[in-house]
Design a protein around this ligand. Structure first.
Ligand code: RP5
Length: 164
């Protein structure tokens, strides 16, 4: 099974990224986690991206806040799908990171999830692997069914409360 690369710009992003790590654990998908910054350690960020295909990765998640160039910098150096997580880590409430991550120029896409949405980043990475992995695909189907069941349970309680 291919691995997911999880890169964060700083260890201060870990509380956000942890939700994605937990999701991959739940789905039983292997991953590696690294702190590489587009600005502070650009050589390491470059080398990770440039070698990611030969190192067995199938997709890369890149989380960063403020002037968040990490996902774009990773995407510039690999043709693997790159998923960007804009982190809320400044007094602009993550809007700075969201726009920095999502507004990629033509030719170098980054699939950007919502601010701090590491759980969705992990699910999207799993969906990418699931295209060629039936085991992961089935786990995603099972998760959706379980999520639906939880919502229907809540609906039943609300209906009982209000629809006399
Ligand atoms: C970004 O700057 C990081 O991704 C982090 O969200 C933010 C602040 O980093 P630290 O100063 O906490 O290391 O590059």
């Amino acid at each position: 099974m291919k691995k997911i690369g999880i890169i964060m710009g700083s260890d201060s992003d870990l509380p956000v990224v942890q939700k994605g790590i937990d999701m991959l654990d739940t789905l039983g998908i292997p991953y590696e986690v690294h702190v590489y910054s587009a600005h502070r350690t650009p050589t390491e960020a470059h080398d990770f991206a440039a070698n990611a295909i030969q190192n067995g990765f199938g997709a890369i998640i890149a989380a960063a806040g403020m002037a968040a160039h990490l996902a774009g910098a990773i995407a510039a150096n690999t043709t693997l799908p790159v998923i960007g997580i804009p982190c809320k880590s400044s007094n602009l409430d993550g809007m700075d990171a969201l726009l920095s991550t999502v507004q990629m120029p033509p030719g170098i896409p980054v699939a950007t999830v919502g601010i701090n949405r590491a759980d969705n980043a992990a699910l999207l990475a799993a969906e990418i692997l699931a295209v060629s992995d039936a085991e992961i695909a089935q786990k995603l189907i099972d998760k959706r069914a379980a999520d639906s069941a939880k919502v229907l349970e809540k609906n039943a309680k609300i209906e009982e409360q209000f629809n006399k």
